[in-house]
Design a protein around this ligand. Structure first.
Ligand SMILES: Cc1cc2nc3c(=O)[nH]c(=O)nc-3n(C[C@H](O)[C@H](O)[C@H](O)COP(=O)(O)OP(=O)(O)OC[C@H]3O[C@@H](n4cnc5c(N)ncnc54)[C@H](O)[C@@H]3O)c2cc1C
Length: 490
């Protein structure tokens, strides 16, 4: 294989870079070790498009957060992704916190955040009636928003592919070869790619990939964050992300709503040693962590209906020892760009990171000739449940598979699942992230076997080969009692 640029990692960062590069006449290969896009940190975060007052002025994080935030509206419009600019609050629970609010406001102003203001108790409780009566004031940031992080990353990848990018899945990068201090080829488990430019956007493993070219001046540590999601029946207990004042290592455990209408609480922040990221159970939740999340969130919104949680999950922030994003080239290795340490606010910053990386590639000698045929539009996939009764009727008339509800909690139809396979889903999680099948109250208890059967049919594979999220995660081993029958030879 040959490529002008190889992008390693198909999380939000790699996806945004690949889609950004697809504007130009270039051969681009997006290489991902997993069976689908966004199975890393991008699948497990709070989905907040931060306004930009949390990070210290002068850092890359602070700059790219504010510029990334401003790019979201247009990007989501182009990609058919839902985005709500619903603002955010940092709440003061005592007089000491008031000082922190003012510090954050000043920091935000220095970072270029617009519209920040400190609001008093009355306005705050009008905005958020479920908030604790202990809340005395808040920093209101009207430019913050929410998005579905996996929908965003998948949409970026789909649009990149539509514009000529090749995605190589289940392709782990194992080596990067150089010659005369310049990138020469990338060796993956799916073959070798001759290239002069590599963008390393491999998240938690960006230090390992960087070491493949001999750059070993940073390390990536996992910082775990755990969450609870509540049943939709609970509704949205807040109208926007509601933070406490931050801790030295995180923005604090918050109460938010997802773009799909669930209340969500979390994440805590647990620093783990570097080896932890290689462990099989690295995104497992813990009793202590979830207890901490529930207790802290209850300080903001009392009486959270604990019995109405439907899922808990954990994500790992890729935290660098430099405490900032590392986005740079290296004079001794032409053509190699690290995009590492992309912890929070990486989702927000991703569109701005892509612009920065494209600029660095240009400085490294990549010729950027705009491609006339570039099409920024990705058509929004049909979501049956959002259609009017007339729209539903018309759709079912055209394709009766839209009349067959497979996921009863989220009202997802067979037609949408088939469409997801056509758009690239190969696994149960791939279907889940594209359609929301299995994200409702029963968490796939009802629809799981039905989705697996549809996947097997659409991919023309036996049911035994259907996996949750790729190699080794097969759902079934065979027909009931088949092993016994084999043994008894009947
Ligand atoms: C708990 C938590 C909460 C967060 N909340 C927010 C938030 O509200 N707002 C916000 O802006 N940000 C938030 N973030 C940060 C945000 O999620 C990340 O910055 C972002 O998802 C990072 O994306 P990425 O593409 O760099 O990494 P990833 O999504 O991890 O993608 C890296 C990809 O590289 C692949 N890869 C790794 N090694 C190789 C290899 N050798 N070969 C091929 N592929 C490889 C991986 O499989 C993976 O798919 C949060 C993060 C966490 C964990």
């Amino acid at each position: 294989m040959n490529a002008d640029v190889v992008v390693i990692g198909a999380g939000i960062t790699g996806a945004a870079v690949a889609r950004g590069l697809s504007r130009y006449s270039l051969d681009i290969i997006l290489v991902e070790k997993e069976a689908d896009f966004c199975f890393g940190a991008t699948a497990a975060n709070t989905g907040i498009i931060h306004s930009g007052y949390h990070d210290l002025p002068g850092t890359l994080k602070s700059k790219l957060c504010v510029t990334g935030n401003a790019l979201y509206e247009q990007l989501c419009q182009e990609l058919g992704v839902e985005f709500e600019r619903n603002g955010s609050l940092v709440v003061a629970l005592n007089t000491d916190d008031l000082k922190t609010l003012e510090e954050l406001r000043q920091r935000g102003i220095t970072n270029g955040v617009r519209g920040l203001r400190i609001i008093g108790k009355e306005e705050l409780h009008e905005m958020e009636p479920n908030l604790t009566q202990n809340a005395i004031a808040a920093l209101y940031a009207p430019t913050a928003g929410i998005v579905s992080p996996y929908e965003m990353a998948i949409a970026l990848c789909e649009n990149a592919i539509h514009n000529g990018v090749t995605a190589l899945l289940e392709a782990r990068v194992e080596a990067i070869e150089k010659a005369n201090n310049r990138i020469k080829r990338v060796v993956t488990t799916q073959g070798t790619i001759e290239t002069k430019f590599v963008v390393n956007a491999s998240g938690l493993y960006a230090d390992d990939v960087s070491q493949m070219v001999g750059i070993d001046d940073f390390h990536i540590y996992p910082r775990k964050g755990e969450y609870f999601i509540f049943d939709k029946e609970v509704g949205c207990l807040v109208n926007q992300p509601v933070f406490p004042t931050p801790t030295p290592i995180s923005k604090g455990i918050l109460v938010s709503k997802t773009i799909d209408g669930n209340t969500m609480i979390g994440p805590n922040a647990q620093n783990l040693n570097i080896e932890y990221k290689y462990e099989e159970a690295r995104v497992a939740t813990t009793t202590e962590g979830l207890t901490q999340v529930l207790q802290a969130a209850s300080r903001l919104v009392p009486n959270l209906p604990q019995a109405m949680t439907i899922a808990n999950f954990a994500g790992l922030r890729a935290t660098s020892n430099t405490r900032d994003f590392i986005i740079r080239s290296y004079p001794d290795i032409k053509g190699f760009i690290n995009v590492a340490g992309i912890s929070s606010p990486g989702l927000t910053a991703a569109p701005a990171i892509a612009e920065l990386v494209i600029g660095i590639l240009k400085d490294e000698g990549l010729e950027l000739k705009p491609r006339k045929e570039f099409d920024p539009i990705r058509e929004k996939p049909i979501r049956f449940t959002d259609l009017s009764p007339e729209g539903k009727d018309a759709l079912i008339g055209k394709d009766p598979r839209y009349g067959h509800i497979v996921c009863r909690c989220e009202n997802v139809t067979e037609g949408e699942i088939v469409d997801a396979t056509k758009r690239g889903a190969r696994t149960m999680d791939g279907i889940k992230y594209r359609t929301r099948c299995g994200m409702g109250r029963c968490q796939g208890g009802f629809c799981g076997p039905r989705v697996a059967a549809i996947l097997a049919r659409e991919l023309s594979i036996p049911l035994e080969q259907v996996t949750k999220d790729g190699d080794g995660s097969n759902l079934v081993v065979g027909k009931t009692k088949s092993l016994l029958k084999e043994k008894l030879n009947v």
